[in-house]
Design a protein around this ligand. Structure first.
Ligand code: BTN
Length: 290
């Protein structure tokens, strides 16, 4: 399917009021060209893969007011009520090797922190690899998925191919809300701190703009060497003791930052440094979530 044709069919799915709110500020070059805006969708990540099979191109964004089957990491559910939150997924058709895709999660985490800073002045920290934290509580989660999307043979969409498609899904808690008891100590929202003044459209534009800048450097080097220092400066666990929940055995050490491929360097008590790969483990601060 030609790009213009796809853009037109994406437009037909759009809720105009929401579209104006969410895309009225968009001034990016390719990230968010186009944006498909839905009132309700099962999951913006799932919809991105469906659109990929129809030929949606690199940079397509899907966003929704509400998700009925929002997906979190490790098979968890991401509660996605309607209201003032930002749920979006960015579709990428990478030109680099598939094993480099996990680094994109770290890039988008930096882009969210930068987008929130530009929009609100708030400083978010990153809990490696990709949770965004505000005052010690999670304010944003990221789910990156990669699939080989089969060409849609019914419509023979030209843009579809059997190359891997990466979808990066971002859920930001924006509007003030209370959380169920089990989450109350671990989760927060941006407007809990700023008061009710955040434009989701400005926030989306700022995040996508920041991602474009980071991605362009990333495809030049195909690693995180250009932004490693920036990432480490945002790392909530930097030089703090962490517990690594490795299925092969839990251990503790001091987090020393990431390396150029995004692994967390954890220094054990005997001085040795382990490179922790995000796919296998999660990391906790020794006193709780961070
Ligand atoms: C996590 O921290 O567990 C990841 C949460 C990711 C949630 C976002 S919301 C937009 C996108 N669509 C989904 O179904 N999930 C991601």
């Amino acid at each position: 399917m030609a790009r213009q044709e796809f853009d037109d069919s994406c437009q037909q799915k759009i809720n105009i009021g929401l579209q104006n709110e969410l895309t009225g500020h968009l001034n990016t070059r390719w990230a968010g060209q186009p944006v498909c805006v839905y009132d309700t969708i099962d999951s913006t990540n799932t919809e991105c893969f469906r659109l990929a099979a129809e030929g949606a191109g690199h940079g397509t964004v899907v966003t929704a007011e509400e998700q009925t089957a929002g997906k979190g990491r490790r098979g968890r559910v991401w509660e996605s009520p309607e209201g003032n939150n930002l749920y979006f997924s960015l579709l990428l058709r990478p030109t680099f090797a598939a094993d480099k895709a996990p680094m994109l999660t770290l890039l988008i985490a930096m882009a969210v922190a930068e987008g929130v800073r530009r929009t609100t002045g708030l400083t978010l920290k990153i809990k490696w690899p990709n949770d965004l934290v505000l005052n010690g509580r999670k304010v944003c989660g990221i789910l990156t998925e990669m699939r080989i999307v089969q060409k849609d043979t019914h419509t023979d969409k030209a843009a579809a191919s059997n190359a891997p498609v990466v979808v990066i899904g971002v859920g930001v808690n924006v509007g003030y809300r209370t959380f169920p008891e089990e989450l109350a100590a671990k989760a927060t929202t941006l407007e809990t701190v700023t008061g009710p003044k955040i434009s989701r459209g400005v926030l989306l534009e700022s995040i996508l703009g920041a991602f474009e800048e980071l991605y362009e450097e990333f495809i030049r080097t195909e690693d995180l060497s250009g932004c490693m220092e920036q990432y480490n400066a945002l790392l909530v666990n930097l030089n703090r003791e962490v517990t690594v929940l490795d299925p092969k055995g839990e251990y503790s050490g001091v987090a020393r930052g990431i390396n150029a491929t995004g692994e967390l360097l954890v220094q054990r008590s005997d001085g040795t440094v382990t490179e922790v790969f995000a796919g296998e483990v999660s990391v906790r601060g020794i006193y709780g979530y961070v």
